[in-house]
Design a protein around this ligand. Structure first.
Ligand code: ATP
Ligand code: MG
Length: 365
């Protein structure tokens, strides 16, 4: 897939300013699945929490150059990649990235620094997939300016659609003012529980919403609701602590099957739809989805918005400050004697993160 700039790298940002919806799990496992298929993949950690870096088995204190050095222009991407698996490289994040936003505040063109860095990547790579932080601040803006596609993971619970309007508005502004090739290519339901009525309701709302945008010129007009949902699977929650992808930690589980299929879909949606007849592909029904439309309507973007500096329009979420990493040893393992290297602990509003007790009950295969 060659873009207008002559690159052959497919550039995707996985973004949702809500915390704990499955961004990092998706980037780590989709990147790994694509690498296993023979695609050459760069996974970029733009989140100071460093969860992606840890998930892929890299100690955030171990590398000399990472996302921070690239954003502050003290290193190129090429000099900062760590080869973590066959066909898979990571641009790591560490705690230095916390300071990047404030350090760049007076920099002209601060939203496009990462875009400029990405332009220097050779076309030896097939994919560049960015794990964004849970905010719509400067780091996420840099991701949006650098990619062609956005994938939005959503956790289908009762607050799933809250904030989606702000996210869509930000993508629209970036596409109008910084990066005209930016599109929302897919929405992915994560931690899906087919037994819960609410999951199905959220799914129907999203389908209606996408259906209504077909034929318009908004950035999500051609978006797919990925027809494979990531089911709740405790193995997906355990794997990061061991620095392993799901394919290494438990290749024979629902999490592994789901992410392998999702990578196939993202790689080639057209042939996936044609070849895999077992996957249900729903038609997008043309009915208004009040819940999302109220929140997301792009008519709310005024002329004043278009002339206001972009960084003044985006709002940091409180979740960013409510999340922290606890790195400690001797964490519990349910089914293996191997000790995890890290424990990733989130402190998030309970209404945003589903209760952990539900995960424990979940199907382990
Ligand atoms: P943040 O906004 O903090 O960066 P995130 O959107 O990147 O969060 P993840 O870290 O991927 O979200 O997932 C949140 C938590 O849920 C993690 O503990 C992860 O291991 C777990 N998790 C993700 N997907 C699943 C799933 N399908 N089943 C069970 N647990 C999951
Ligand atoms: Mg994350």
């Amino acid at each position: 897939m060659q873009n207008e700039e002559g690159f052959t790298v497919r550039k995707i940002a996985v973004l949702n300013q809500k915390g704990g919806v499955g961004k990092t799990t998706t980037v780590a496992n989709v990147a790994a699945a694509l690498a296993i298929k023979g695609q050459r993949v760069i996974a970029v950690d733009l989140d100071p929490q460093s969860h992606l870096t840890i998930h892929l088995g890299v100690d955030p204190d171990s590398f000399e150059n990472g996302a921070y050095e690239v954003l502050t222009k003290s290193a190129s991407i090429a000099d900062s990649l760590v080869n973590v698996r066959e066909n898979l490289w990571v641009l790591g994040a560490n705690i230095d990235l916390v300071g990047a936003e404030s350090e760049l505040v007076s920099e002209v063109g601060r939203e496009t620094i990462f875009h400029e860095a990405v332009e220097t990547i050779s076309d030896d790579y097939d994919y560049l997939i960015i794990d964004c932080p849970p905010s719509l601040g400067l780091l996420s803006l840099n991701a949006l300016a650098a990619v062609d596609e956005v994938v939005i993971p959503l956790q289908p619970h009762f607050l799933a659609l809250q904030g989606l309007g702000q996210l869509l508005q930000t993508v629209t502004l970036v596409s109008k003012r910084i990066n005209p090739s930016l599109k929302i290519s897919a929405i992915l339901l994560c931690m899906f529980d087919s037994r819960a009525t609410l999951s199905s309701e959220v799914k129907a709302d999203i389908q209606n919403f996408i259906g209504n945008s077909r034929g318009t010129n908004c950035p999500w007009a051609d978006a797919d609701l990925i027809p494979i949902h990531v089911r709740r699977n405790v193995k997906l929650a355990e794997a990061p602590s061991y620095g392993k992808t799901i394919f290494e930690y438990e290749p024979d589980c629902n999490g592994s099957r789901d992410y392998a299929a999702i990578a196939d879909f993202l790689h080639d949606p057209a042939s996936f739809k044609k070849n895999d007849e077992t996957v249900e592909i729903e038609e997008h029904v043309k009915e208004p989805a009040e819940e999302i439309m109220d929140d997301a309507v792009i008519e709310t973007i005024t002329e004043e918005d278009i002339t206001t500096p972009l960084t003044e329009l985006v709002i940091e979420t409180e979740e960013e400050t409510q999340q922290k990493i606890v790195t400690e040893e001797n964490t519990q393992s349910t089914e293996t004697s191997e000790q995890p290297k890290y424990q990733i602990k989130e402190v998030s509003p309970t209404e945003i993160i589903a209760p952990r007790a539900e995960e424990a009950k979940e199907d382990s295969h």
